[in-house]
Design a binder for this molecule. Structure first.
Ligand SMILES: Nc1nc2c(c(=O)[nH]1)N[C@H]1C(S)=C(S)[C@@H](COP(=O)(O)OP(=O)(O)OC[C@H]3O[C@@H](n4cnc5c(N)ncnc54)[C@H](O)[C@@H]3O)O[C@H]1N2
Ligand code: MOO
Length: 438
């Protein structure tokens, strides 16, 4: 039995009813578990946004490296603070020097002495509390402040409070965010060990599709899908191999697929996966690879092809994972978000949390939403914040899977679960927000 058939046979209902979205997820997580990139390279920090860590980063230093002040003010020994003081009690201390950020202050201190201190400056030895300057009255070398505005230890930041030397700072499989880049820099590291970027080939198929620059032709439409897919892949941090628009001709399709399998880890195509009469795409995919063609119980995006295309001439290279997406432009985006994105994140080497989709937002539907139980629906909607209440979502009037303009007007997809029926106005729904995802 082929690997795809073996994995597919474990899916409930794979040979009769449409497959559930959950079953496709389960299939893809097994398929991609053995297709994770292994090559690694050293990447300078300024180039590392979105790259996936090849190993844990253990902190070589403590951050911050020393106890320091969180405020501009006066450092003193908190032992002078009374346990119980009348509300108008004040404390007066002698100021014996100034501690600036960037250098240690090493003057001599007597009991009741204070040191003028700046935010980030090292705490002078023996002092543990800082009174912010806005509470202070200064008279010559004396500083006076109310006793009840702070407690011992206030406004002091501890060495290693952010990260202790020897502690894991970032985990293998982390996809580097701006905050992670800052964290690595705070450790003094100029670069990171990263997994090599995932190479993903993409092409569009169909004789009715025009390349940009072609003259308009009756019955034909421009190739929008490839640009959408390239954008989605680029945002994910993949290296994109753009194989253009491929005519519905078996020899050209086969040559393109072979090249893609030789040069890429994954392939994303659009069009030609339903049972249309003039489509050679399915037949060629089947002939070259180990494929499954499914109908998924979802809308949009019902037809989906998944498989493995071997790199014939290069036995050492693993087969490329093929995602054959439906041709309709919104179906391309929805199937990419639902299936391809999490699968590629796993292939990129992301750990489970980094590959998981962001949590869904709860919002209240402003109007009724028609939905049939028995399939998962992803409806384009616009979410608006409501002060003091749940956000509101209004779904687009035209949910046609060829209507790309409503994808632009939307800022999220309302996710209506398999068993769910229609939604009444005011009912709560889950929304997959686009921000940070596409
Ligand atoms: N009898 C059935 N017909 C259809 C079914 C079905 O289950 N039974 N499914 C429908 C659904 S749902 C979809 S989605 C489409 C998917 O079909 P294909 O993947 O074979 O895609 P095509 O037929 O090639 O194209 C569909 C549609 O998308 C436009 N398209 C294709 N490529 C591009 C591109 N690169 N840029 C812009 N637009 C593109 C194409 O012109 C068609 O309008 O099948 C339904 N039919
Ligand atoms: O599944 Mo097809 O995506 O809608 O038109």
């Amino acid at each position: 039995m082929s690997r795809i058939a073996e994995l597919a046979s474990a899916l409930a209902g794979h040979d009769d009813a449409d497959l559930s979205v959950e079953a496709v997820h389960a299939f893809l997580s097994q398929l991609t578990a053995t297709a994770v990139v292994t090559g690694r390279e050293s990447v300078s920090l300024s180039e590392a946004l979105g790259r996936v860590l090849a190993e844990d980063i253990v902190s070589p230093v403590s951050v911050p490296p020393h106890d320091n002040s969180a405020m501009d003010g006066y450092a003193f020994d908190g032992a002078v603070l009374p346990d119980k003081a009348p509300s108008d009690a004040s404390i007066t201390l002698r100021v014996v020097g100034t501690a600036l950020a960037g250098a240690a202050w090493r003057g001599a201190l007597g009991p009741g002495d204070a040191v003028r201190i700046m935010t980030g400056a090292m705490m002078p030895a023996g002092l543990d509390t800082v009174i912010p300057q806005e509470f202070c009255k200064v008279d010559g070398d004396r500083v006076c402040f109310p006793a009840r505005v702070l407690r011992r230890g206030d406004n002091r930041r501890f060495a290693g409070e952010d990260l202790m030397k020897g502690q894991p700072a970032l985990r293998k499989g982390e996809r580097l965010s701006p905050a992670a880049l800052g964290m690595v820099a705070s450790l003094g590291l100029p670069g990171v060990p990263a997994l090599r970027r995932l190479r993903v080939a993409c092409f569009s198929t169909g004789d009715e599709i025009l390349s940009l620059g072609d003259a308009p032709r009756e019955g034909a439409v421009y190739d929008s899908n490839r640009y959408t897919v390239i954008g989605l892949l680029t945002r994910l941090g993949c290296e994109v191999l753009d194989l253009g628009l491929v005519r519905d001709d078996p020899a050209t399709l086969a040559a393109t697929l072979r090249r893609a399998a030789r040069e890429a880890d994954a392939i994303v195509t659009s069009g030609g996966v339903s049972a249309g009469a003039a489509d050679h795409t399915r037949a060629v995919m089947q002939q070259l690879g180990d494929m499954a063609f499914w109908r998924v119980a979802m809308r949009p995006g019902r037809p989906l092809a998944v498989g493995l295309i071997p790199a014939e001439e290069s036995a050492s290279k693993p087969p490329a994972v093929l995602f054959g997406l439906p041709g309709n432009p919104v179906a391309v985006m929805v199937t990419f978000l639902a299936f391809v994105r999490p699968a590629l994140l796993r292939m990129m080497g992301c750990h489970e949390a980094a590959a998981a989709p962001p949590p869904l937002l709860r919002a209240r539907s402003t109007g009724p939403i028609r939905k049939k139980p028995g399939r998962t629906e992803y409806q384009r909607g616009f979410v608006k914040a409501v002060p003091g209440a749940l956000p509101e979502v209004c779904v687009a009037a035209n949910q046609g899977s060829g209507v790309l303009s409503s994808m632009l007007e939307a800022n999220g997809l309302v996710v209506l679960r398999h068993d769910q029926g229609s939604v009444a106005p005011g009912e709560e729904v889950d929304v997959m927000m686009f921000d940070g995802v596409i």
